[in-house]
Design a protein around this ligand. Structure first.
Ligand code: SAH
Ligand code: SF4
Ligand code: F3S
Length: 453
C-alpha cells in the first residue's frame, strides 16, 4: 500500500526523437533522486510512464495499444489492493490531453514535455490520493525545466556518448508538423548552463556529447560574456573542454545554416564531419507549401558551403513523400536532389495527416498506395547510397570512439565520425578510447576494422 514507505518502482518507455530520450533520462534521474527505483520490465513496476511522440499517426497508435496493456496491470494491482499509476508524458500529452482522458480514463497523470520536471510532485500527490481525477500539466511554462536537473543528473552513471539538450521548441510551423504545438516556442539554454552540464558529463566519463534541439542551429543563448551566442560560438567554447573527444549536434534547419557553422566545421577538429540536414522534398513548390523557407537551390548551396570547408563532410537527411499536392514531377525532383547530394544516411516517411496543422486541411491529399510506391522508390536509392558510402570506407582510416565490448572475444564496438557502427578486432581497447581504425570489411549494417599499431 502507498501509506507504508515501501519503495516504489517505475518503468519508463520512450517513444520518438532524441529530445524525448534526453527527457526520459532526466525523468529517471529525478525519480531516482526521490528514492524511486527503476524497473526494467513493465510487469515489475508500480508506476508506468509513457514518454510519448505524436509526430506521425503510427507513434500515436502504438501508445494506445501499450496503454491498454498497462490498464490490465493496473486492474490486477488494484484487485490485490496495491496501487498502480499510469503516467503519460511527452508530445501526445501536450497535443491532445482531452483525447487521452477520453480514450484512456484510467491514466492518472498527463504531463507535456515542458513540464516534466514537475513529475515527482505529481506522483507524490497521486500516491496520496490515488483515485483522484487525472492530473493534467500542459501549460508550457518551461524555463525551470532544465535548472532542476543539476544535482539529480549526477546520480546516474554516464555513458561514453551522451545527449545534451541546448534548445527546445520550434517557431517554424512547417505546415505538416505538430512540434511547435507540442514543444512550444523556441527556447535556448544559457551557455553557462550548457557548459556546466557538459563538464558534469565529462567528469562522469563521457567522451562524446551530442547537442540536441528541434532547430539546434537556430540556438541563441546568453553567452558567457552576456551577449547572445549562436551555435557556432557555443561549439567553439565546448571544444575547449578537456576530455571531450567528439562533438555532434542535431537537428539543423537549412534556413539557419550560416557561414559561422561552416567555419566551425573547418576549424574544430573534434566536431564530427557529418551533418543531419533534413530537406523533406526536392521540389520548390512542395517546399513552399511545407513552409520550409528555403528553396532547392538554397539547400544545395548549404551542402556546397560545408563541402568547401570540409571536403570529407557527410550528409544525412529526412524526407517526406506524398505531401498534399505532390505530383510525380515533384517527386522526381526529390530523386534528382538525392542523386546530386549523395547522402550517407537518411530517414524517409510517408506524409501523415496531423491534427491542427495547416497541411491537414490542404487539398490534394495523396492516396496511400501512391505514398507507399514513392517511399519504396526513394528508400531503394537512399539505401543504395548508404551502402556505397560504407563501401567507400573500406581501406580508409576512420576515427572510432569505442563504446562497448563486441560480440566476439577480442572485439570492441564503437562509432565512426560518420556514426557508423564499427567492430574493432583488438583486445587492448577500453570504452572511451578514440582510435584510428583501418576499415577492412563491411557487413550489412556495420564496418569492421583494425587499429594500426
Ligand atoms: N526539426 C526537425 C525535424 C523534427 S521531426 C526539422 O525541421 O527537420 C523529424 C522528422 O519527422 C521531420 O524531419 C520530418 O521528416 C518528419 N515528419 C514530421 N512531421 C511529419 C508528418 N506529419 N508526416 C510525416 N513525417 C513527418
Ligand atoms: Fe517541425 Fe518544421 Fe519545426 Fe522541424 S522545423 S520541428 S519540421 S515545424
Ligand atoms: Fe515526437 Fe515530440 Fe520528438 S512529436 S519526434 S517526441 S518532438
Amino acid at each position: 500500500m502507498w501509506h507504508t514507505m515501501e519503495m516504489k518502482r517505475f518503468f519508463i518507455k520512450n517513444y520518438g526523437c532524441q529530445m524525448n530520450s534526453y527527457d526520459s533520462s532526466r525523468i529517471s534521474d529525478l525519480l531516482v533522486k526521490e528514492k524511486y527505483v527503476q524497473a526494467n520490465k513493465i510487469t515489475e513496476a508500480d508506476i508506468v510512464i509513457f514518454n510519448t511522440c505524436s509526430i506521425r499517426e503510427k507513434a500515436d497508435e502504438k501508445l494506445f495499444s501499450d496503454l491498454g496493456r498497462a490498464r490490465l496491470l493496473k486492474v490486477k494491482a488494484q484487485s490485490a489492493y496495491s496501487d498502480f499509476l499510469i503516467v503519460v508524458t511527452g508530445c501526445v500529452a501536450q497535443l491532445q490531453p482531452e483525447r487521452l482522458v477520453e480514450k484512456a480514463p484510467y491514466v492518472d497523470i498527463i504531463i507535456g514535455p515542458r513540464e516534466i520536471h514537475r513529475i515527482t510532485q505529481c506522483l507524490d500527490e497521486a500516491l496520496r490520493h490515488p483515485s483522484a481525477a487525472p492530473k493534467i500539466l500542459t501549460d508550457q511554462t518551461n524555463q525551470d525545466k532544465f535548472s532542476c536537473y543539476d544535482e539529480a543528473q549526477s546520480l546516474q552513471q554516464g555513458e561514453t556518448s551522451m545527449f545534451l539538450t541546448i534548445q527546445e521548441g520550434c517557431d517554424n510551423f512547417c505546415s505538416y508538423c505538430v512540434v511547435p504545438r507540442t514543444r512550444g516556442r523556441e527556447f535556448s539554454r544559457d551557455a553557462a548552463d550548457v557548459l556546466k552540464e557538459a563538464r558534469q558529463l565529462l567528469s562522469r566519463g563521457t567522451k562524446e556529447i551530442v547537442l540536441l534541439g528541434q532547430n539546434v542551429n537556430s540556438y541563441r543563448g546568453v553567452g558567457l560574456d552576456g551577449k547572445s551566442w549562436n551555435l557556432s560560438r557555443l561549439l567553439f567554447a565546448l571544444a575547449e573542454l578537456d576530455e571531450l573527444k567528439r562533438l555532434r549536434y542535431f537537428t539543423s534547419h537549412p534556413k539557419d545554416l550560416d557561414e559561422g557553422m561552416a567555419r566551425a566545421h573547418g576549424e574544430i577538429n573534434i566536431l564530427a564531419p557529418s551533418l543531419h540536414l533534413p530537406v523533406q522534398s526536392g521540389s520548390d513548390d512542395v517546399l513552399e507549401r511545407m513552409n520550409r523557407k528555403y528553396s532547392r537551390a538554397d539547400y544545395l548551396g548549404c551542402i556546397d558551403l560545408l563541402r568547401s570547408r570540409r571536403p570529407d563532410m557527410a550528409f544525412s537527411s529526412d524526407f517526406i513523400v506524398g505531401f498534399p499536392g505532390e505530383t510525380d514531377n515533384d517527386f522526381q525532383e526529390t530523386l534528382r536532389l538525392v542523386e546530386t547530394v549523395k547522402f550517407s544516411q537518411a530517414y524517409s516517411f510517408k506524409y501523415s495527416q496531423r491534427p491542427n496543422t495547416a497541411a491537414e486541411r490542404m487539398e490534394g491529399q495523396i492516396p496511400e498506395n501512391v505514398k507507399s510506391e514513392r517511399l519504396t522508390i526513394l528508400q531503394e536509392i537512399l539505401n543504395f547510397q548508404q551502402d556505397q558510402f560504407n563501401q567507400n570506407c573500406i581501406g580508409r582510416y576512420l576515427e572510432v570512439l569505442i563504446t562497448k565490448r563486441g560480440r566476439h572475444e577480442n572485439q570492441w564496438n564503437g562509432r565512426s565520425e560518420y556514426s557508423q557502427a564499427v567492430a574493432v578486432e583488438d583486445n587492448s581497447l577500453s570504452a572511451g578510447d578514440l582510435v584510428l581504425v583501418k576499415i577492412t570489411d563491411r557487413l550489412s549494417h556495420s564496418l569492421v576494422g583494425v587499429v594500426e599499431k
